[in-house]
Structures are given as structure tokens and as C-alpha cells.
Ligand binder design. Structure first.
Ligand SMILES: [Zn+2]
Length: 217
């Protein structure tokens, strides 16, 4: 049995500093790294990346990355969710950090959820209809912030292959002003295997007080 792919190598217990062993803990069925000295099991779970697709007419807001990885390539405002914030709060925090644009969680619409098993990540994209808010042309994280038409993406290197396909779909949907909610698996090649799409939901998401997120309307 192999450890799940993409798992970071961890050799020492973060609880007591002893060397870690790989074993299947009692009552579990997954090979994990655990500590025989203090009994601590190091569970490693996927990380969640949140992104905002800010759109106006036929344009989408892109940033040119000022930092590694993939410095100087174009990406959507995005980053990893922090503890203690909701998906929407995380997406808007990243948007603000990278572009200076402020919006309310209620303005966000769920757009896509993609699982990338190869790198243990789940990417959640929200879209945000642009309402003329101020934003910065450059920030500490972006050397350029620009609204670009689909044609204007041509010749620009995108940060990740998956952005080529997903942005193509988004621009197409934008033309018709009909947006789906896409749920799928993103392969390491950048291909997308969509398991559920085209629900054509174009209404504010309900605010949920529980973990049940299946009742989109
Ligand atoms: Zn330990």
C-alpha cells in the first residue's frame, strides 16, 4: 500500500519530535504516518484553494503573478483558504490582497468545484459580477491587474493548464449570460472531467447555517 500521491514527506512527529512510521492505525484502512512514541497520527487532507472570477461584460479580471510559484504568468485572484474563514471569506480575502477590490460574500456566486487528486487540492471558484468597485492596477502580489477579453488572453502564459479550458468555458457562458455550476475532477494534464455541470443556476446562493450544501436554487 502506498501513501496517497502528492503527500508531503514528513519524517518527524510535530507533537513530540520522534521519528514517524508508516502504518494503518487501528480502526482505519488508510496507510498513514504516525508516531509510536506519543500515538499522534498525522492526518493529511486536501487543501482548498478559493478563487474569484470577477467579470464585467465580456471581460474577466486577471492578475499577473508577482511571486513564485509561476511568477509572471497570468492567473485568477486565488489562494488557499485559512482556518477560521468561510469559502467566500477566503475568496474575497485573496481577491482583496491581490487586487484591492472589496466585495461582500453575498455577491459571490458558486461557479465550479474541481478536485485535483494529483496534488491533493480542491479548487472552488466563485464568480463576482463587477459593479464598478475600485481596485488597484498592481499590488504586492500582482504586477498587473487587468480586465481581459478572451482574445486578449492569447499570447499570455496562464499559471496552470487547467485555466485554459476553464476560462474558455467561462467566457462562453459569459456571452450568453447563463452560468452553470460545474463539479468535476481536474487531471494533472489540465484536462477536466466534469461529473456534473450546467445546472444553470444564476441566483444568489442561500445562506446556510448547516453543512448541507445540496440545496442550491
Ligand atoms: Zn510523537
Amino acid at each position: 500500500m502506498a501513501l496517497p500521491s502528492g503527500e508531503r514527506i514528513m519524517n518527524f512527529c510535530s507533537n513530540c519530535g520522534s521519528a514517524l512510521e508508516s502504518f494503518v492505525p487501528d480502526g482505519d484502512n488508510v496507510l498513514r504516518k504516525g508516531c509510536l512514541s506519543c500515538g499522534f497520527i498525522h492526518y493529511i487532507n486536501p487543501t482548498i484553494l478559493v478563487a474569484c472570477v470577477v467579470h464585467a461584460d465580456d471581460r474577466v479580471m486577471w492578475i499577473k503573478r508577482r511571486t513564485e510559484p509561476r511568477i509572471n504568468t497570468w492567473s485568477l485572484p486565488s489562494g488557499f483558504m485559512e482556518l477560521g474563514e468561510t469559502l467566500q471569506e477566503g475568496a474575497l480575502r485573496e481577491l482583496y490582497e491581490e487586487t484591492g477590490l472589496k466585495a461582500s460574500p453575498r455577491e459571490l456566486r458558486l461557479y465550479s468545484v474541481g478536485t485535483i487528486e494529483a496534488i491533493n487540492q480542491v479548487h472552488v471558484h466563485f464568480r463576482l459580477p463587477y459593479k464598478g468597485q475600485d481596485f488597484l492596477r498592481e499590488t504586492a502580489e500582482a504586477s498587473e491587474v487587468r480586465f481581459l477579453k478572451y482574445e486578449e488572453l492569447h499570447g499570455r502564459e496562464l499559471a496552470y493548464p487547467v485555466l485554459n479550458l476553464s476560462s474558455q468555458t467561462f467566457y462562453q457562458e459569459m456571452k450568453a449570460s447563463k452560468y452553470g455550476v460545474h463539479i468535476g475532477r481536474i487531471k494533472s494534464s489540465g484536462d477536466i472531467e466534469v461529473s456534473q455541470a450546467g445546472l444553470s443556476i444564476d441566483a444568489p446562493m442561500k445562506v446556510f447555517s448547516s453543512n448541507r450544501l445540496h440545496e442550491f436554487r
